[in-house]
Ligand binder design. Structure first.
Ligand SMILES: NC(=O)c1ccc[n+]([C@@H]2O[C@H](COP(=O)([O-])OP(=O)(O)OC[C@H]3O[C@@H](n4cnc5c(N)ncnc54)[C@H](OP(=O)(O)O)[C@@H]3O)[C@@H](O)[C@H]2O)c1
Length: 245
């Protein structure tokens, strides 16, 4: 049976990488992001890479109704959900002394509230899909950050939203893994994507974690059975102490 996944932030970076891997495996995909042209271009790539079907749902993760519409559109089209890739995220740097609180609100909305809203809305479908495939269950993969585990100066607000995401994923496992809904928060240091471009003056892109490595990890997690729970995985850049982004 064809498996299906929804991927938020699928148009670029890590989300695009994971979506391409799923496409190569023939998955049916629902992809979301804000920039429609870019998302449509990625959807064409995904079709070319082998996706059995690609449903495009433009959405801003800060808009609760749009977030729910991603799940509802997926449910209507596929009637099952084998994997939810909660990848869309945003970061604004700034010290606690100077961070405007409206920016914290936006990061909370995109990095925490939207993933939780997607899981909440999708749970009936996730449970039903897991019940139909008890050996494998279904997987929720959330892109957190190493800054949610170890503190990083200038990234208090972003790191706090990712720490909360890591916590939510742990509790999701406590509540749902017995029903076959298994979740992992992936918490990397700097990954070479558009998002990390702002630190290129001090951290060269070729010293960053590659999208391909995150994709390999995601693919392995999706292959695992429903017997093992991995709530969080920290991935550090080589050559540093392992506690910094
Ligand atoms: N790159 C890193 O160094 C790094 C490290 C640790 C964790 N992460 C996390 O990994 C995830 C992916 O990051 P990335 O590096 O792949 O980022 P990226 O290259 O900037 O791509 C971000 C993706 O998310 C979408 N997106 C951003 N804001 C959105 C919003 N408000 N609503 C809907 N979609 C939105 C973007 O499309 P649109 O702009 O068109 O919406 C794009 O598809 C994020 O959660 C990030 O926090 C990244």
């Amino acid at each position: 049976m064809t498996r299906s996944a929804l991927v938020t932030g699928a148009s670029r970076g890590i989300g695009r990488g994971i979506a391409l891997r799923l496409a190569a495996g023939g998955w049916g995909l629902t992809v979301a992001a804000r920039d429609v042209d870019r998302l449509e271009a990625t959807a064409d790539e995904l079709r070319g890479a082998g996706a059995s079907e690609v449903l495009v749902v433009p959405a801003d993760m800060a808009d609760s109704a749009a977030v729910e519409a991603i799940v509802d559109s997926h449910a209507e089209r596929y009637g099952a959900l084998n994997a939810a890739i909660l990848n869309a995220g945003m970061g604004v740097s700034g010290s606690i002394a100077e961070m405007p609180l409206r920016r914290l609100d936006k990061m909370v909305a995109v990095n925490l509230k939207a993933p939780m809203a997607i899981v909440q809305r999708a749970l009936p479908l996730l449970r039903a899909t897991a019940a139909a495939d008890p050996e494998r269950g279904v997987k929720v993969l959330a892109l957190a950050s190493i800054t949610g585990v170890y503190s990083e100066p200038g990234l208090a607000a972003y790191g706090a939203t990712k720490a909360a995401l890591l916590s939510m994923i742990k509790t999701l496992n406590v509540e749902e893994s017995g029903r076959g809904v298994l979740a992992t928060a992936i918490a990397p240091g700097y990954v070479d994507t558009d998002m990390s471009g702002w630190v290129h003056d001090r951290i060269p892109p070729d010293s960053m974690i590659t999208v391909d490595d995150i994709v390999e990890l995601a693919a392995a997690l999706l292959k695992m059975s429903s017997k093992s729970v991995i709530s969080g995985l920290v991935i550090a850049r080589a050559g540093i102490d392992g506690y910094r982004a």
